[in-house]
Design a protein around this ligand. Structure first.
Ligand SMILES: Nc1nc2c(ncn2[C@@H]2O[C@H](COP(=O)(O)OP(=O)(O)O)[C@@H](O)[C@H]2O)c(=O)[nH]1
Ligand SMILES: [Mg+2]
Length: 330
């Protein structure tokens, strides 16, 4: 049956959902067509990003948040993004165990997304996975990702609320503030507060935040102390997430974030489309010739790019004309 996978996903079938998630990560054409059936059922889920250094306690915290939201009667989806291992890789095994208590719960759906070998863009695959969980009716989607470099900053654009998890003794707070993290974080979590130094990080963070130029009605990122292994601070963290959600709703920022995601997804789709088209021109011979000319110094990247784009435009124009005349004939 046509779009059977999408139909099954919409009825909550987790095996079908897992299949579709793999399909979009690998950019399988059939899966992309199925996704068109998914989009009309999206836009309801609230997306929470959990980022921070490896070992900070993100998975433990995520497990606590799952329990909290389940107690509120909400269904939960979890996306664990693993930058290193392949699908069956090691790091996620521990995560699975930490979240295993939810394994039997049909209202909790956990999927890992390996970034290595990902065909499309990372943001697109992640956003696609949130669409699938959203369409399955998940109220909350938690996205756990290691945050330390440049790519991960993009992940914060995927979430409505971004948590940045830090720990005492993991170096000076100021040093940990890689470019953009301060701006991209909605809530700071100082986990492992059972260890000494949590209060030092907190005051460092507070003084950094107070140095920022802020508009009067701008969001003031909260700082929450947690001891995730003892499930301490979970309720406070959930309350802060709720406060942020309310702020986003009230200010219209929620809609802006959603549109930002749609734009990101669109742009990655366009990039992919353009790349495919370029590779399709003379089956890539045209590209190879330009690379050759660049190598010989006969052209430069700017001129070669312009040449490629105009060739692409004329090819696309031809395709469109053929389609139009085809339609007239029919
Ligand atoms: N002392 C202490 N250890 C914690 C706490 N939260 C997590 N851990 C431990 O830190 C390690 C890494 O936790 P994990 O949740 O896998 O971190 P992730 O890599 O950020 O997902 C595990 O051994 C946890 O048991 C905490 O609040 N206090
Ligand atoms: Mg983890």
């Amino acid at each position: 049956m046509k779009f059977e996978l999408a139909r099954k996903v919409l009825s909550g079938d987790t095996i079908a959902a897992a299949k579709l998630i793999s399909g979009i990560a690998d950019e399988v054409p059939g899966a992309l067509a199925e996704m068109n059936q998914i989009y009309p059922h999206t836009g309801k889920a609230y997306i929470i990003g959990v980022t921070g250094a490896p070992g900070a306690g993100k998975s433990t915290l995520t497990g606590n948040l799952i329990s909290h939201f389940r107690q509120e009667g909400k269904s939960v989806g979890v996306i664990a993004i693993d930058p290193t291992s392949a699908f069956t890789g090691g790091a996620l095994l521990g995560d699975r165990i930490r979240m295993q208590q939810h394994g039997e719960d049909k209202d909790v759906f956990i999927r890992s997304l390996a970034t290595r070998g990902l065909q499309g863009g990372l943001a697109k695959a992640t956003i696609g996975t949130t669409h699938i969980m959203d369409a399955m009716g998940k109220d909350i989607i938690l996205v756990e990702t290691v945050g330390s470099g440049q790519i991960e900053i993009d992940i914060t654009k995927v979430a409505d609320t971004t948590l940045f998890v830090m720990t005492p003794g993991a170096g000076d707070a100021i040093q940990m503030m890689k470019a953009g993290i301060l701006e991209a974080t909605d809530i700071f979590v100082i986990n492992k507060a059972d260890k000494s130094g949590a209060d030092i990080i907190k005051s460092d963070l507070q003084s950094m935040l107070s140095m920022r130029n802020q508009l009067p009605d701008e969001w003031q990122p909260g700082i929450i102390l947690t001891e995730a292994i003892y499930d301490k601070g979970t309720a406070e963290l959930a309350a802060e997430i709720a406060r942020h959600r309310e702020y986003l709703n009230k200010t219209g920022e929620l809609k802006k974030r959603k549109q930002g995601r749609l734009k990101l997804e669109l742009m990655e789709t366009v990039e992919r489309f353009v790349r495919d088209c370029i590779n399709g021109i003379d089956h890539g011979d045209y590209l190879a010739k330009l690379v050759n000319d660049l190598d010989k110094g006969k052209t430069n990247p700017q001129a070669a790019a312009q040449q490629l784009v105009s060739r692409l435009a004329s090819d696309l124009g031809r395709i469109k004309k053929v389609r139009q005349s085809g339609r007239k004939m029919a």
